[in-house]
Design a protein around this ligand. Sequence first.
Ligand code: GLP
Length: 242
Amino acid sequence: MKIIRATDYDDMSRKAAAVMAAQLTLKPNCVLGLATGSSPVGLYRQLIEWHQKGELDFSSASSINLDEYVGLSPDNSQSYRRFMNENLFHHVNIKPENTHVPNGLAADPKAECARYDALIREAGGIDMQLLGMGNNGHIGFNEPGEAFVKDTHRVALAQNTIEANKRFFESADEVPREAYTMGIGPIMLARRVLVVVSGAQKAKIVREALCGPITPAVPASILQLHPRVTLVGDAEALRAID
Ligand code: GLP
């Protein structure tokens, strides 16, 4: 694993954006695996800036997002589809039809999971998967458990995740209890993985994920087995790593 040390959130965002921009430049028709949460927002902002200066072209790229809340419509202000539209897609020239997020309103959850896995397969897998890390070590919404789940699945969110994500909602009660998430399989098959971590509250879990045992109790620990991971972290998030 390549660890890149950044000073703060802005520095992390710029450095990680440079890695993703290099991917887009090397392979303009690449498949980007994208993430939500606070961690990638600065990275997206930087990509938008470079695009607006004419330095980055998304016209041949496609994207496949990690996850979506069950029960939220694409235009719900808390949906991950809306997050992606507002934080990236509407500001760059990626074709809307080339962007993919699970459908939180799917009538048939099993069919939705199968559809998403087929979509990833048909895209030829993911060239670069961007990940944040939950406080409990989740990646996407792959929550701590007894086994790694390979395929897209519907998941009950951990209490810890509901607590962490309530900041985006009016109250904890409003946070959906379930989500669709890409499984560990396509993440581990991604040709490259880019992880962004920021802030002191991530220091403990970053250490467990990178230096502890590989266990489904810390889903991000599986990344120790991936041959091409770049982790960009700020000083606070990396302070427990030598
Ligand atoms: C969310 C998302 C994850 C994200 C994580 C960390 O629940 N489902 O994809 O990586 O939590 O979020 P943040 O970057 O805001 O700490």
